[in-house]
Design a protein around this ligand. Structure first.
Ligand code: SF4
Length: 166
């Protein structure tokens, strides 16, 4: 299985979301929240595409990579699930390390909140992410969809209708 940073992100948000996404059930095209996030991504820093590189690593794609300073920039709309965002960026840093790029760091950017969070890949993070990769494979290959979680962020999830509307 080709694990990407999106799998890592969803693993830290909701195992059901991870399972649905990984098993080909995608509803992001129906979500206004996702549309708004994409808009923020495209319009917050219009000069950015010229400044930074888009980088493909296996199946994962880093939209904005500052090659000179070895910095991954990840833009997000809200910091409600910031831990998941941090693990997503840490996974990019692990993929870079596996590709031979040492010492890369990350910056999470929240333009609407005017906030940034710096992210580093610590030594202890590597076995944690390797364990996450194994857990993700197990969850995704399971025949049964994981149980719903009842969290406030469900309302913003693209699977909300599927999970909660009778
Ligand atoms: S709506 Fe909630 S339970 Fe359903 S996939 Fe999204 S986060 Fe998980």
């Amino acid at each position: 299985m080709n694990i990407t940073a999106t799998h890592i992100n969803y693993y830290h948000i909701c195992h059901r979301k991870l399972w649905l996404f990984s098993n080909g059930i995608q509803m992001e095209h129906t979500s206004a929240v996702v549309d708004e996030a994409n808009l923020i991504h495209e319009t917050s820093y219009p000069q950015r595409a010229a400044k930074f590189t888009e980088l493909e690593l296996g199946g994962a794609k880093i939209d904005f990579y500052d090659e000179k300073n070895r910095v991954v920039h990840e833009i997000k709309k809200s910091n409600k699930v910031e831990k998941a965002h941090e693990w997503q960026v840490k996974y990019y840093l692990l993929l870079l390390l596996r590709a031979g790029v040492e010492g890369a760091t990350g910056i999470l950017e929240y333009p609407k909140l005017k906030k940034i969070t710096r992210v580093e890949l610590l030594e202890d993070d590597i076995p944690t992410l390797e364990q996450d990769e194994k857990q993700i494979e197990m969850i995704v290959r399971n025949q049964e969809v994981p149980e719903k979680i009842n969290k406030s962020f469900c309302k913003k999830c693209s699977y909300f209708d599927l999970c909660w509307v009778e």
